[in-house]
Ligand binder design. Structure first.
Ligand code: PEP
Ligand code: MG
Length: 577
């Protein structure tokens, strides 16, 4: 049966392919096949989940016996321990993984089914009651297993595989860079969540917030994902398929035309020179950056070096990553943002260094986290400074809210420089230090920021989140996340004009910079430096080439003065006409 799911398209384009379901932290258990090469890894994942539950039970046991908990609790935990370590739960699922080439969650629930049937035949009521304990233990293991997505089957471009998941963390999505998936969709997610941002960097269509995709779609079903129109068509009929194949070809032709702009300078009709830079997450993104003719890297989100790994990256490892990007950009600027860890990027806490915050977006993230962990910050600063002689490197501090944070960060940068000097290690002594403007307080105290920093970069993703009090990762409030809100327009225009008046270079590196419908709005506010995902560079350049800054300025003046959302939409429509 054919049906349509609606969501939020976070990455444009059309993909036609077959569904691959991804297991994740949901209550339902996915069943998917793995390759013989993945058996060892999957068995190991299962073994680690068992160990993790054993540790959980040990901790609970310790807490019970040291306190004044009733003795039954200890006995109850002993029963769970026995169930957990029994070969029927330990060994049989491992055999199932290898024999049936299936995921660990599935193997474990299969075995649970067998055990449940056996319990039904037990006459002794006490032993029959133990059935619930077995279910509890299995649920504990499943929870650990599903806390991390299982492996995905490797895919090539020819497979046209479309990933379907309940939810994906940025760390999950970044792993998909090594695969050739045609598209992906998730039940949850907001438009500027980091998951969506990384999805864009995969350069494949993606639709999030579909709510039920993961339960309604079956493994291997035929899907059409239309990121531009926010829809997923499940089991399309032949006429719809033909129509979408034609659309796909048209998009491909448009893309080929755009590619001719690669080396064209981004200059407006009234001769304003515009810089179009790239946002990257990993050194591997350089290829796409160069292919799309970026004028530099405007935002290197270095926190991605921290994800999907045990332990922290060493100074040398970080140095290698920064040096590769600095040298690869051949003298063009590379803006290295210091770690913006926290919020939606590492919910589980980082290697014991952080705790799960009650309100992560307002908690110890970004520069706050770095100032609270100066050793970790100094390691990164030294690595960036060491990479600075290999290109034109700049340091960018995320999420500043006060002058005192800038002063503390600058003092640590000076300390990192001193330590390198002592060791006679070379670095660019004039390295520029900039700050991100992503909190309304920063916009309103921008003059004080501008006088202490060499450049500024506006992070509209967070600026919108904090101005409107809308969690950017939560699809339940995604309809309230509005870049065109009058308050957002006023703050953005104020930030750009104050920076320009102070003579401090300013860029926008949030997702707004990569959306062609906002290009003229930002040009009219006086912006000349845009940083975006490399896949959007040519579309934005095309818009720059057909824009007149003088004309846009007039529209923006009227927009700034209005508090009426409908008027703002109408004015933007005219500006883009
Ligand atoms: C932003 O907030 O706009 C930004 C560029 O930073 P991030 O998306 O990584 O929070
Ligand atoms: Mg941000």
């Amino acid at each position: 049966m054919s049906f349509v799911l609606h969501g939020i398209g976070v990455s444009n384009g059309i993909a036609i392919g077959r569904a691959q379901l991804v297991s994740h932290a949901t209550l339902e258990v996915a069943h998917y096949s793995i390759t013989p090469e993945q058996v060892a890894g999957e068995t190991e994942r299962f073994a680690q989940a068992l160990q993790s539950v054993q540790r959980e039970l040990e901790t609970l046991h310790g807490a019970m016996t040291s306190g004044d908990a009733p003795a039954e609790f200890g006995a109850f935990l002993d029963v769970h321990w026995m169930i957990l370590t029994d070969p029927t739960l330990h060994e049989i699922p491992k055999r199932t993984i290898a024999e049936q080439l299936c995921n660990a969650e599935w193997a474990l629930t299969q075995q649970l089914g067998v055990l449940m049937e056996q319990f039904e035949t037990i006459e002794d009521p006490y032993f029959r009651e133990r059935k619930a304990d077995v279910v509890h233990v299995v649920e504990r293991v499943l929870k650990v297993l599903m806390g991390k997505p299982g492996p995905v089957r490797p895919a090539t471009a020819e497979d046209h595989t479309i990933l379907v998941a309940h939810d994906l963390s940025p760390a999950d999505v970044i792993q998909f860079k090594n695969h050739d998936f045609a598209a992906f969709l998730t039940d949850l997610g907001g438009v500027t969540s980091h998951t969506a941002i990384v999805a864009r960097s995969l350069n494949v269509p993606a639709v999030v917030a579909t709510h039920n995709a993961r339960t309604l779609i079956r493994e291997n079903e035929m899907l059409i994902v239309d990121g531009g129109r926010n829809v997923v068509i499940v089991n399309p009929d032949r006429s719809v398929l033909t129509e979408y194949r034609l659309k796909q070809e048209e998009l491909e032709l448009e893309w080929q035309k755009l590619r001719r702009l690669r080396t064209t300078p981004a200059t407006t009709l009234d001769a304003c020179k515009i810089e179009l830079m790239a946002n990257i997450e990993l050194p591997e993104d350089l290829e796409q950056t160069m292919e799309n003719g970026a004028n530099g890297v405007g935002l290197f989100r270095t926190e991605f070096l921290f994800l999907n790994r045990d332990g922290l990256p060493s100074e040398d490892e970080q140095f290698e990553a920064y040096r590769t990007v600095a040298a690869g950009m051949k003298g063009q600027p590379v803006t290295v943002r210091t770690f913006d860890l926290g919020a939606d990027k590492h919910k589980e806490g980082l290697d014991g260094l952080s705790r799960v915050a009650p309100n992560p977006a307002l908690g110890l993230r970004a520069v706050r986290f770095c100032l609270a962990e100066p050793r970790l910050f100094l390691t990164q600063l030294r690595a960036i400074l060491r990479a600075s002689p290999y290109g034109k490197v700049k340091i960018l501090l995320p999420m500043l809210s006060s002058v005192s944070e800038i002063e503390q960060a600058l003092a640590l940068i000076a300390q990192a420089k001193d330590s390198l000097r002592e060791q006679k290690i070379k670095f660019d002594t004039g390295i520029e230090v900039g700050g991100m403007i992503e909190i309304p307080a920063a916009v309103l105290s921008l003059a004080a920021f501008a006088s202490r920093l060499d450049f500024l970069s506006i992070g509209t993703n967070d600026l919108i989140q904090y101005t409107l009090a809308v969690d950017r990762a939560d699809d339940a409030v995604a309809h309230l996340y509005d870049a065109l809100h009058p308050a957002v327009i006023k703050l953005l225009a104020l930030a750009i004009s104050t920076s320009n008046k102070a003579g401090v270079p300013v860029a926008v590196c949030g997702e707004m910079a990569g959306e062609a419908r906002f290009t003229r709005l930002l040009l009219g506010m006086g912006l000349t430096n845009f940083s975006m995902h490399p896949a959007h560079l040519l579309t934005v350049k095309q818009r720059v080439l057909t824009s007149d800054v003088g004309e846009a300025r007039g529209f923006v003046e009227r927009m700034r003065r209005s508090d009426e959302p409908a008027k703002l939409i109408a004015l933007l429509g005219k500006l883009n006409a």
